[in-house]
Design a protein. Sequence first.
Length: 100
Amino acid sequence: MKTAIELIQTERERQVSAEGYTTAHDDTHAKGELAFCAAAYSYRAGEQSRYPGLNHDSPIAGWPFPDGWKPSGRIRNLVKAAALIVAEIERLQRAGAQAS
């Protein structure tokens, strides 16, 4: 079984290779979209744990893209969220943001 870190790395690699979400693509989202998407997938994972009987297929209110919402199970949603956080951190680093 892969560790959580391995799952996140594999997902980030998949986002780039299968979805085309390269660093150049990520750099076009400078208004927090990647962080919001990460938060949305994480929030949904929490909802799935707390409210297992609800339909969790619709995107979180405020989802920043017309498409791209691909809900999964709890662990998969958390892995997507973590990979999106990695993408946002790397985008900020490329933009010259200071870690604080």
